[in-house]
Design a protein around this ligand. Structure first.
Ligand code: DGL
Length: 270
């Protein structure tokens, strides 16, 4: 039993899709969430900047005495080295390995699509893992940089004409390649899931990285005897930009699970 909070972070608010899953699966856990809303996006930045930001985000969560760190960000998960994560004082989980494993189980044709930010696609993180997990896999990858601003600006309701156009533009070659599984390799993309699903067709399995990681985290906490013992956990949210921006968008990502205090943090001091 361990009643310390889970630490979750993202470049912005997309990681709240992971928090939503965690709160559904593990209602007794306290969660400390950090969203780097003042420095989002990470996905268009170079490796060194992403690493520096990720280290500061992790240092902040450690200062909150968390028992586990989940990087609910495809870009950080693709960039932060496993060797460095292994040296942290608490266990660390990114979203890439669990989503890749779920895709490996889902694919029948061994044709897997991967979409994500420019940094995620450039890193080859999903490719490396999928090649280990699925011998002979064919990977069709595509950076979709306009998906994040679409989601951040609320352009994701079913049938939204702008989102529809951008989805067609990015995913036409992925669909034409005949993938049967598509990894939504960025924590913002699950908000577009229904429109992406409508475009890709019912035979394509869509993998949600935040959900896959939350499922895995639950199993790990159970296996290691680290579950909290209380019936209702609390959430505390921290952001690096004004808390008003968080309040305006959090509902979209958290759904009915919103709640908890919101504070601004000077993240560059970590
Ligand atoms: N959270 C990022 C990810 O999952 C997307 C937003 C960004 O580019 O920072 O890759």
């Amino acid at each position: 039993m361990d009643n310390r909070p889970l630490g979750v972070f993202d470049s912005g608010l997309g990681g709240l899709t992971g928090v939503k899953e965690l709160r559904r699966l593990l209602p007794g856990e306290d969660i400390v969430y950090f969203g780097d809303t003042g420095r989002v996006p990470y996905g268009s930045r170079g490796r060194d900047t992403i690493l520096q930001y990720a280290r500061q985000d992790i240092a902040f969560l450690l200062s909150k005495n968390v028992k586990y760190i989940m990087a609910a960000c495809g870009t950080v998960s693709s960039t932060y080295p496993a060797a460095e994560a292994a040296k942290l004082p608490v266990p660390y989980l990114g979203v890439v390995s669990t989503a890749a494993r779920e895709a490996a189980v889902a694919t029948r044709s061994r044709k897997v699509g991967v979409i994500g930010t420019a940094a995620t696609i450039r890193s080859g993180s999903y490719e490396t893992l999928l090649r280990q997990l699925v011998p002979g896999v064919e990977i069709v990858k595509r950076a979709c940089p306009m998906f994040v601003p679409l989601v951040e600006n609320g352009y994701f309701n079913d049938g939204n004409p702008v989102a529809k156009l951008v989805i067609e533009e990015y995913l036409t070659p992925v669909r034409a390649a005949g993938v049967d599984t598509l990894i939504l390799g960025c924590t913002h993309y699950p908000l577009l899931k229904s429109m992406i699903g409508a475009f890709m067709g019912p035979d394509v399995a869509l993998i949600d990285p935040g959900k896959a990681a939350a499922d895995a985290l639950k199993s790990m906490l159970e296996d290691k005897g680290l579950l909290a013992q209380r019936s209702e956990g609390r959430a505390a949210f921290y952001v690096s930009d004004s808390v008003d921006t968080f309040a305006a968008s959090a509902d979209v990502f958290l759904g009915p699970y919103r709640g908890g205090s919101v504070e601004q943090v000077a993240i560059d001091q970590f």
